[in-house]
Write a protein that binds this ligand. Sequence first.
Ligand code: GLU
Length: 453
Amino acid sequence: MRTRFAPSPTGFMHIGNLRSALFGYLLARKMGGVFALRIEDTDQERLVEGAIEKIYETLKIAGITHDEGPDVGGDYGPYIQSQRENVYMKYARQLLDGGFAYRCFCDKEDDPADCACQNTAGDASQPHVIRQVIPKEGQTAFVDEVFGEITVNNNELENQVLIKSDGFPTYNFANVVDDHLMEITHVMRGSEYLPSTPKYNLLYQAFGWEVPTYVHLPLILSADGGKLSKRRGDAFFEDFLEQGFLPEAIVNYIALLGWSPPENREIYSLSELEQIFSVEGLSKSPSTFDLGKLKWMNGEYLKAMCVDDFYPLALPYLNYDNVDKKALATLVKDRIAVLAEIPEMMDFVAQLPDYDNQLFVNPKNKVDEAVAKDMLSKIIPQIEELTDWTAEAISPMIKGFAETEGIKPAQIMWPLRCALSGKEASPGGATDLLVIFGKNESVDRIKTAIAKL
Ligand code: GLU
């Protein structure tokens, strides 16, 4: 078994392409086969500088390792199509000789159906393209592992271009030649290639080559039923990384787009997926990209992490001075779905927000502005006296205070939390926040509250 990922280096990694890469990789791993990377860069107009390196980098981040490819070698290279130009030309000539292709001298705009070039010799020194001869009659049928048997009338297929006027092959030609020469057994790609597949089949037939097993993957739609979109920021792997999603979570989520695991659970590591992936689990109905679900999954991955692993990831989002950032990380880890939520959640750390005194009013705990002011004023001396500034010392101090005052702990905890955060909701309770801010900052914030109340 040999599978491949055949991206065109056009910039970012589309979620659909990443899924094709993932499934090709998983199938190869599951079956003990080879997963090859082939760069399809014969469309010179669409080339983007640095895009090939970006593909290596992205696959690495996703944990998808290829066994053969431009950067790792292999016996079937070169794995960059622009370096194989002579190969395609050789096979195009073979088709010309066999009457399976012809030189077409028409303008780009001309309809190939009306063109007479197929029946005229033409002057090969003049600019031209090479087109595939599609039989006018009959049908072409093939079986796709996901979509089943597909039959089309040949007269619905166009005489597609195989070699462009610049001498480069089209994707449509190069993929067939390379999948054959690279002995790819399973071609996995998006279902947008299904309509072209009969034409590829006719090429395989013309060469007398064995047709690979086709595994076309269902469409991925956005929540509104349309395509994933660059504008909305849900089209590219990089978009999600930028928003602070973990690569493992994205990969896990993408694995479930169009594929159902044999068990009724959703969280799988890549190595688990390598063991359970199968073509049988693929579905042909379009799958919907559910951002909420991805967020949930990402949150689950964060929760499962230990603080030491989480901390370096959270660090870029914790731009605060004079606080224990590790303590902040601990506080947010289980409360966020994505890392990018940290700044908003923790904005009160850098600066006390300008809050309204209503904040302190909490009828459930029988706290009003007067109670808040009274309790905060009374606890200040005890806070100032405390020498051991740890949760282990602070927590009993607050409880002791409540006992002495004859109040419920919440009647001091709530005012403290409000005074320290200035927000209705904040991660962590009074003790957590006291520890994080330290004595001086804590006392300052409490005094600010008392002055306001
Ligand atoms: N180069 C094509 C793409 O980037 C690959 C399609 C295929 O896997 O055959 O979409």
